[in-house]
Write a protein that binds this ligand. Sequence first.
Ligand SMILES: [Zn+2]
Length: 142
Amino acid sequence: MADVCPFCRQAAASVVSGTSGMHVFCHGCGASGPFRYTADDATSAWNTRLAEDALRARIAELEAALTAEKKCHYLAVRLIGERDARLEEAGNRIAELEDLLSQLANAVTVYRTGTTNHAIGQAQGEMAEVADRAQKFLHTGE
Ligand SMILES: [Zn+2]
């Protein structure tokens, strides 16, 4: 007995005799074949063809899934590459900023030292003036 037609899903297929031999013919959609010498062989070939069709469909499904999987893989590899490049850029930028920060800290230290030295110089100058005036007052009373 011929299995359900893989094209129209009807079970109304029967073995018929043709010019090239016996073959199963679907009364639902007209699908037929493969040709064999006997009705049993034609039925067996039709039923095997069903299995082959199912296997081909499964292979096509798996190939499509594999293609999708490959696309995902390539995308993931590309994204990982982009991420690594950005991490490297960020690392370089951080190093630059740390260098600038270090330069700024040095500049602040130099500025503070300069300001302190200037204030000390000013205070020393003022003390010297006061000392001069005190000496002058001691000697001249003015
Ligand atoms: Zn059919």
